[in-house]
Design a protein around this ligand. Structure first.
Ligand code: AMP
Ligand code: MG
Length: 508
């Protein structure tokens, strides 16, 4: 089937476990290459983490990641899935422009490698199978930014550009991101076989997922009458609750939380019109195509739950007990509340595993009061947390509001009285703690460098002129976002006025 040249040497130790599922789950096909490829960026840190050979980043690697040759031993496939988009059943979707090269052994266990933008597949529908440079840079940088923040995500190994034109609202150029994850399984894969009434294939897929990716399902099963599929759902519920709590705490909006963009492993997946909020606005909608705000920041936990209901419904033929499925799904709320509370408490330096339920509840009221206060004046979310952390790290217990450290925090407000009142409550809560020591911990929790829209935009505009240096600069900063990097202070400031006019849509 494959007239395409293979790279001469085998540099990866392929495992290809997904391929054992058989051809009901995917279509084999070669990538469609990009002409005149150039390296946009190579993620040497990830390559080292995986202990994959540098040879992947040489000239043959460039041709392989551009889709012009097939890495020796790789067996490219596009998988089939379905899903709900914007709350409506969309039927069959599938890897329309992502091609799975296969799964290879690594230092971090087996990892799948996908090329995103490597041409049409049987699942491309009306699409061209391509990804534009603009959106590829955003996915490349945000994958690594998320990882730098400690938030579960698919990773990005490299970015390849090409002069090949791709037409969206305007003429742009093509690119490929090579992304890496233990598995790219989505809720939509399960919905697909459930909707088609193929319980046999659904079970095969669920057993595969449990055996290779989510063995925790087996230890959870005893809580659910020994039902391993209820255990699977429980594990996915927990991972999703944890993921969305991390998103909320980071001020991250995914933008397109369709069920086909939800990872079974609880990873952030499919970066499109995402945004890290600048000024804090709970109802913020980052996706220009999301006219009703279904995926607004403060809706994300509800949407995650809705998506889990869709997964639960898909797994229902295997679980075989509606009441049991309902009970598993209901646990989402308590997992989310706990994870969100802990994430926000950590941002405030209120750490300590010994917290009682009463303490957690009191702390949550403190968090809510602060968020209201931030929302009232749309205070810049990343800067607020970082400046609060810096102030705390320098606080000597005197809490002098006119000390420079506090002046920086107060300067973020037009009317700082509400914040000062809140600070009084925070001080009381801190009464027995060492603020400076907590401040040091907060500096490792509240990042200095965040992939704001305007930072990505500057890197994109330069890359579109052939200069990828800003992509590499941002990559390095976002991989260690808690470090000071004082020479890059300008990239940790308020957004410029023009950033307010940036529009992001599903078009990518
Ligand atoms: P997304 O909104 O990016 O999550 O994509 C939803 C579905 O549309 C998935 O099945 C994608 O593979 C497919 N898709 C999106 N863009 C393209 C494109 N340019 N060419 C082919 N398929 C696409
Ligand atoms: Mg998608």
């Amino acid at each position: 089937m494959d007239p395409m040249p293979q790279s001469p040497t085998t540099v990866l130790n392929w495992t290809h476990r997904l391929h054992t599922l058989g051809e009901d789950f995917y279509t084999r096909l070669p990538p469609q290459g990009l002409p005149s490829p150039v390296w946009g960026s190579r993620n040497h840190a990830l390559l080292a983490e995986l202990d994959w050979p540098e040879a992947l980043f040489d000239d043959t690697g460039l041709q392989a990641f551009a889709g012009n040759v097939v890495l020796s031993g790789s067996e490219p496939v596009a998988t089939v899935y379905s899903g709900h988009q914007f709350g409506v059943w969309a039927g069959q979707l599938g890897d329309g422009r992502a091609l799975l090269l296969g799964e290879a052994q690594s230092n971090q266990g087996p990892q799948e490698i996908q090329l995103k933008g490597a041409g049409r597949t049987p699942y491309s529908r009306m699409g061209d199978g391509r990804a534009v440079l603009r959106s590829s840079i955003r996915e490349y940088l945000c994958s690594e930014a998320m990882h730098g923040l400690g938030i579960p995500t698919t990773r990005a190994l490299c970015l390849v550009g090409s002069p090949m034109p791709v037409y969206r609202e305007r003429a742009e150029t093509a690119a490929v991101v090579a992304r890496v994850a233990p598995s790219f399984l989505r809720f939509g894969h399960f919905e697909h076989f459930a909707a088609g009434g193929r319980t046999d294939l659904l079970q095969q897929l669920a057993d595969h997922a449990i055996e290779h990716h989510l063995p925790q399902a087996l230890s959870l099963a005893p809580h659910w009458q020994g039902n391993r599929y209820a255990g699977l759902l429980d594990e996915v519920v927990q991972r999703t609750a944890h993921l969305v709590a991390q998103w909320q705490a980071a001020g991250f909006c995914h933008g397109v939380m369709n069920t086909d963009n939800m990872s079974l492993l609880g990873l952030t997946l499919d970066y499109g019109p995402f945004q890290f909020m600048d000024g804090f606005a709970p109802g913020h909608i980052c996706n220009h195509s999301d006219t009703h705000g279904r995926y607004a920041w403060d809706e994300q936990p509800n949407v995650a739950y809705w998506n889990l209901l869709a997964l639960g419904q898909a797994l229902q033929p295997l679980i075989g007990d509606v009441e049991l499925t309902r009970k598993v799904l209901k646990t989402f709320e308590s997992h989310f509340v706990r994870a969100m509370g802990d994430a926000m408490r950590a941002k405030l330096g209120l750490i300590g595993p010994m917290a009682t339920d009463a303490q957690r509840e009191a702390d949550w009221l403190l968090v809510q009061a602060l968020l209201q206060c931030l929302a009232q004046e749309r205070v810049d979310y990343p800067l607020f947390w970082r400046r609060l952390s810096v102030a705390m790290a320098h606080e000597d217990g005197t809490w002098h509001m006119d000390a420079p450290r506090w002046r920086d925090v107060l300067a973020l407000w037009l009317y700082p009285q509400a914040f000062e009142a809140w600070l009084g409550r925070y001080r009381q809560r801190m009464a027995l703690a060492q603020p400076a020591a907590l401040g040091q911990t907060m500096l490792r929790t509240n990042p200095k460098y965040v992939l704001r829209n305007h930072l990505a935009e500057v890197a994109i505009r330069q890359a579109e002129q052939g200069d990828f240096s800003e992509v590499d600069t941002l990559l390095a900063l976002l991989q260690s976002p808690f470090d000071e990097h004082p020479e890059h202070d300008s990239r940790a400031q308020l957004p410029p006025d023009w950033a307010a006019h940036l529009q992001l849509s599903c078009s990518s």
